[in-house]
Ligand binder design. Structure first.
Ligand code: SAH
Ligand code: SF4
Ligand code: F3S
Length: 471
């Protein structure tokens, strides 16, 4: 019987994509996927180091697997991803029964390492070089990407897929581990990206989300010719099966007018831009080394509003960054009110070993202040989202139907009709009633109700559609 692997994934979309590839690789080796830990021969955690909390949860989950491993010592327990790269031997020191540690730039070696562990070799480890542990070329080569391997069963849905166009990050924001865990920024060759997109289209994908930590900084140079994100979008736009193209995450200083014009010119490009501001205080932005001021971000926002008026913009914020005063935080509140983001992801600052911020700035904002600022900002953002979502009431939006809603998944179906969920072109969640045949389709939905996070609607018949009101 084939061996079974359970893979648990946390962190960003990069990790979801890496897990898809790991599963594709292991299936090729004859593994099947299980969700039951007792049935699993191999348990892998694909991990994130961006905040302490994410690491603590993995350590505690690894702790609960002690008995699982002791009962059958031939079972294999592994840690993949950013924590593997960051913690390395520390993981073996803290979890003595751990078998494997594989960084995100070395996942292509997983088969060989698993085979070694199965043959009784203890403590298999493959990690990339540190940012100063060799020449730039050696470091780059130690962070590989094995993207052509895909596994449709691991996608968000069968018709939506991620496609990595860039690995690593060279921005070195002072709070962030990603440049250390994912290595130097490297654009993938456009030809490889295009071929992968064609494969995804053949497999039934209608929506592709291009991934990069600073996706709009994407550059690939060959033979004196440079390809940027706008060029890529033009080429991907020609694939007939693809109906929607998205890209995340954008770095504010690299948001060029040309990219915005491209989003406007190409109807398949979603009018949705995730461009994290992080803080509304110039002093904090400077200490974060983000490379822009609030004024420059404002100019960028005006560029977005002027060029792509229908664009929905979302952001990330860190509250309680070292030295953040009430006044600095008031700047963040003012920025959220001014820019009216579609939504914001808000995080409490977490000092990370290996970053500049942890050595330069004491973590001096008390936990309760961080929490209060987090809650306050969230409430302000939610009120804005709630208000802005109201203007969708009465409009017809095109929704890519993803599947049964959370509520429908919990409830046993009692008839052919059930609650479905999907997204608008501008990335808003829409819930409506339909049938399973609608899943994967692009449907016109009339919005009848709106909350901060969800639009509620009903399937529009053709006669009910009002031309000119598509989003
Ligand atoms: N490359 C992306 C995302 C990086 S991680 C970008 O630049 O936007 C996702 C988010 O986690 C960041 O945008 C930031 O808001 C948050 N984050 C990163 N490091 C953090 C830390 N040390 N403490 C708290 N939040 C952090
Ligand atoms: Fe981290 Fe900054 Fe790079 Fe984003 S741009 S991954 S926050 S260093
Ligand atoms: Fe986390 Fe690594 Fe992504 S640290 S946010 S999984 S790049």
């Amino acid at each position: 019987m084939s061996k079974r692997v359970l893979i648990e994934t946390v962190g960003c979309q990069m990790n979801l994509l890496d897990s898809e590839m790991v599963v594709a690789l292991l299936r090729r080796d004859g593994y099947s996927v299980t969700h039951d830990v007792e049935m699993a021969d191999v348990v892998l955690f694909n991990t994130c180091s961006v905040r302490q909390h994410a690491e603590d949860k993995v350590y505690s989950a690894l702790g609960t697997l002690r008995r699982w491993k002791q009962e059958h010592p031939d079972r294999i327990l592994g840690v993949l991803g950013c924590m593997a790269q960051k913690e390395q031997h520390e993981l073996f020191a803290r979890i003595p029964y751990l078998d494997l540690v594989v960084g995100p730039g070395q996942l292509q070696r997983l088969s060989e390492l698993l085979a070694g562990a199965a043959a009784g070799e203890r403590r298999q480890m493959a990690v990339s070089l540190g940012r100063t542990a060799g020449s730039r070329d050696e470091i780059r080569r130690s962070h590989e990407t094995f993207d052509p391997l895909r596994d449709p069963t691991m996608r968000p849905t069968p018709f939506q897929a991620y496609l990595r166009i860039q690995i690593g990050c060279d921005k070195f924001c002072t709070y962030c581990v990603v440049p250390m865990t994912r290595g130097p920024e490297q654009g993938r060759p456009p030809g490889a990206i295009l071929r992968e997109a064609q494969t995804l289209a053949r497999q039934g994908c209608v929506e592709i989300t291009l991934l990069g930590q600073t996706v709009n900084s994407y550059r690939y140079e060959t033979g004196g010719q440079t390809t940027d994100l706008a060029d890529l979008l033009f080429r991907l736009h020609e694939i007939p099966e693809i109906q929607r193209l998205k890209f995340v995450t954008n770095f504010p200083p690299d948001m060029t007018p040309r990219l915005l014009q491209t989003v406007r010119a190409l109807p398949k490009c979603s009018p949705y831009l995730h461009v994290p501001l992080q803080s509304g205080s110039n002093a904090v932005l400077r200490r974060m080394k983000r490379g822009y001021t609030v004024e420059q971000y404002r100019d960028m926002m005006h560029g977005i509003w002027d060029t792509v008026p229908a664009a929905a913009v979302s952001s990330d914020f860190i509250v309680g960054f070292p030295g953040e005063t009430d006044e600095d935080f008031a700047g963040t509140v003012a920025a959220v009110r001014e820019f009216r983001f579609k939504n914001s992801f808000i995080f409490k600052y977490s000092p990370r070993p290996g970053t500049k911020a942890i050595t330069r700035f004491p973590d001096d904002v008390p936990q309760d202040v961080k929490l209060a600022r987090n809650n306050e900002l969230l409430a302000i953002q939610d009120a804005i989202s709630q208000e802005d979502n109201q203007r969708f009431i009465g409009r017809t939006v095109q929704v890519l139907v993803e599947g049964p809603s959370k509520t429908a998944r919990k409830r046993a179906a009692t008839g052919p009709r059930l609650q479905l969920t999907g997204r608008t072109h501008c990335d808003r969640i829409v819930v409506f009633e339909g049938t399973l045949q609608h899943v994967g389709a692009m449907l016109p939905i009339v919005i009848v109700e709106a909350t901060a996070h969800t639009l509620f609607g009903r399937h529009a018949t053709r006669s009910a559609m009002r031309p000119g009101h598509f989003e």
